[in-house]
Design a binder for this molecule. Structure first.
Ligand code: FES
Length: 372
């Protein structure tokens, strides 16, 4: 302890004056904090600059008169308002170049009231800037950190707590608890790795449009919710169908997992003029202008349900992603990052629309790494 140090009566720790400067006041600080504080130089406050009105009584009186003048002008404007209210006839109109006719009374009332409040504001600001006190004031912060002794005490309390559990002295408990906790982490890992959704793009691609779910046969497109098949010639130009695969019927009949089966399978079927379709693949995967796309938005999975017949745009109502049907459902607006996946369709021997294969890419939000 050097000659400047003393001892904290509460903790018994070494304390020294913060410094001889006024940076820290005359408070006694723990020696470790003083060492830290001494590594930095306090730049202090900039020198105080006195205003003219602080030192010169004449300037102060001048400022006082200016403020009073501004308040007086405000009073005048208010008087103009009061007089105009009664004096200007209601029917009097005024022609403003570029604006047109306006009631004279409204204009005068508005302007006078506006000036009245404006002048009060200007007067108050001028008063504050020239006459009110502008002394800089600083407030010292209290110490934030605990003293070394308080910290040591806290550590001792924790150690005492650990000691009281007899954890260190009971290896059987120590190791069995370690084993229990270690093993407990395994089911969590398994849950994450194995159960929180499909892990490959192939699995993500699978929907009940996959012909494997239909004995390898093409799957008929069914009206939703009637579950009746759709003939190609029933789809007129501009018409829209909400479509489900015929494989859904099995789930409906069994009354199990219907919603899960429907969730990824929703499709929108639209017919447009084949000449409006600009992308060859979209034409090849459709039938004479009849095209089918996943209804699940590629942003975060809302149902894309709005079709603008004139522009051939499909809109998602959730965050306004907009897909262009003529460009293979490319995103032309909104947060979605990829086109709606197209479902390849054709016509079977009986004239019904069928999907010969499932989706070529996963439907819905793109939360996995993709090449496109
Ligand atoms: S879910 Fe469709 S735009 Fe967000």
């Amino acid at each position: 302890m050097n000659h400047n140090e003393t001892t904290d009566p509460g903790t018994g720790s070494a304390l020294v004056p913060a410094s001889d400067s006024s940076d820290h006041g005359h408070e006694l600080l723990p020696a470790s904090l003083v060492r830290d504080a001494d590594r930095f130089e306090n730049p202090g406050l900039p020198a105080h600059v006195h205003r003219q009105a602080d030192d010169d009584p004449k300037a102060a009186r001048r400022a006082e008169r200016q403020v009073a003048t501004l308040f007086g002008l405000s009073m005048l404007a208010t008087l103009v308002f009061l007089v105009s209210y009664f004096a200007i006839p209601d029917e009097s109109v005024f022609f403003f170049p570029g604006i047109g006719r306006a009631k004279t009374q409204n204009v005068v009332l508005g302007l006078s009231l506006g000036f009245a409040i404006f002048l009060i504001g200007i007067g108050a600001v001028h008063w504050a800037k020239t006459l009110m006190s502008d002394e800089e004031v600083s407030e010292e912060r209290h110490l934030q950190a605990s003293t070394d002794e308080q910290r040591a005490k806290a550590v001792a309390v924790v150690k005492e707590g650990v000691e009281s559990t007899q954890f260190a002295r009971r290896p059987l408990i120590k190791y069995s608890l370690g084993g229990a906790l270690g093993l407990f982490a395994l089911p969590l890992g398994l849950q994450v790795a194995g159960s929180l959704g499909p892990v490959t793009v192939e699995e993500l691609k699978h929907t009940i449009w996959d012909p494997k779910d239909n004995g390898g046969k093409p799957i008929r497109l069914m009206r939703d919710p009637e579950m009746t098949p759709i003939k190609f010639d029933e789809v007129t130009n501009g018409s829209v169908f909400h479509v489900m695969p015929e494989t859904l019927q099995k789930y409906i009949d069994e009354g199990k997992h219907v919603l899960e089966a429907k969730a990824k399978a929703a499709v929108i079927l639209i017919r447009l003029d084949p000449n409006d379709i600009k992308v060859q693949k979209a034409r090849d995967w459709g039938v004479d202008g009849v095209v089918a796309y996943s209804k699940i938005c590629t942003h975060v999975g809302c149902a894309v349900g709005l079709y603008e017949q004139q522009t051939h745009h499909l809109l998602c109502p959730c965050h306004q992603s907009t897909f262009d049907l003529t460009e293979d459902c490319a995103v032309i607006f909104g947060p979605a990052k990829r086109p709606l996946p197209q479902l390849k369709i054709t016509v079977d021997d009986a004239g019904y629309l069928v999907a010969p294969e499932g989706f070529a890419e996963p439907v819905g939000p793109s939360f996995w790494e993709r090449a496109r």
